[in-house]
Design a protein around this ligand. Sequence first.
Ligand code: ATP
Ligand code: MG
Ligand code: FE
Length: 349
Amino acid sequence: MLILGLESSCDETGVALIDNEKGLLAHAVHTQIDMHRLYGGVVPELASRDHIRRVIPLIEQVLEEAGKKKEDLDAIAVTQGPGLAGALLVGVSVAHALAFALDIPVIGIHHMEGHLLANLLADPAPTFPFIALLVSGGHTQIMKVNCFGDYELLGDTLDDAVGEAFDKTAQLLGMCYPGGPAVSALAEKGTSGAIDLPRPMIHSPNLDMSFSGLKTAVLTAVKNAENPDDETFRANLARAFVDAVVDVLAAKVVKAMKQEKMKTLVVAGGVSANKQLRNRLVYEMRKRGMQVFFPPIKLCTDNGAMIATAGLERIKHMSDEDINRHFKNLKFGVKPRWRLKEAAADIVG
Ligand code: ATP
Ligand code: MG
Ligand code: FE
């Protein structure tokens, strides 16, 4: 079975081909980062237009790389939400047009379920059940994942997402959007403890988190600095920021694992590429005889492979008859705001 995965929820056009037996055959991502950099963030209208330009050539590219024709496709999985409406519409429209022409099913996927299931492309891959830490540009959530489609939200950020905090910190340190990798690299040159930043909600009795106060603390440190351009200061501040974020995430995750009596942790989303977070979570889990899994680095940020994987999982869990009934000749709109719980209800139902 051959599945085409399409992702266009934000500023990456991702296309991938997955075979149920051979795994990931080919994938390609076009990132619009350079285009949006000028504006310090994603400009929705520009994003949609660029997806339109890229998506067909990318589909042709992955088909060629995999030595396949579009007629070989058995199903299409596409990000239906959440994300930018205009950007999502590009992927969803292309998926529908292609599925209609080829008379194959088209499956709408929740973007965060895609991030979560990107871990299934890791070797070794995790097995259910597990605690999931979803850390991306728009989400910071801790979940209990009992099995495919059963996602229970245990904790959430009350304000900014971790990725967003990385991006804002990068901006305050005079670095380009998106700033996660740059802040992480700068932090490597800094000294832990040289600057003290708060660890918001680290001792709160629940699994919720907050990162906007940390961003304000970074801003205050920059404003109060004698020379905010000083290299040592910038590196120490980046280090302090990363240490604070990693401390909070590690504490919350350990709390969740104990509370739910779980032994497996799965980390997903763009920030799961972060070196300091990876090292710390490996350390914390190993110390407790627990396991931690991360997606392959290239599949941490947005991509089509995670969407194709989520589509494949769905198909694996359904009969051919049900697939045709649920996904064939089906037209669906985009869901710019969509809770994972609602998406999962669709799967099980
Ligand atoms: P969402 O998935 O919540 O809709 P998104 O799709 O914009 O949001 P992702 O593509 O999953 O987010 O991740 C992008 C985010 O990950 C950005 O905020 C980026 O700064 C951050 N990021 C990427 N690599 C790293 C890294 N090495 N360290 C820290 N942050 C990183
Ligand atoms: Mg992105
Ligand atoms: Fe994402």
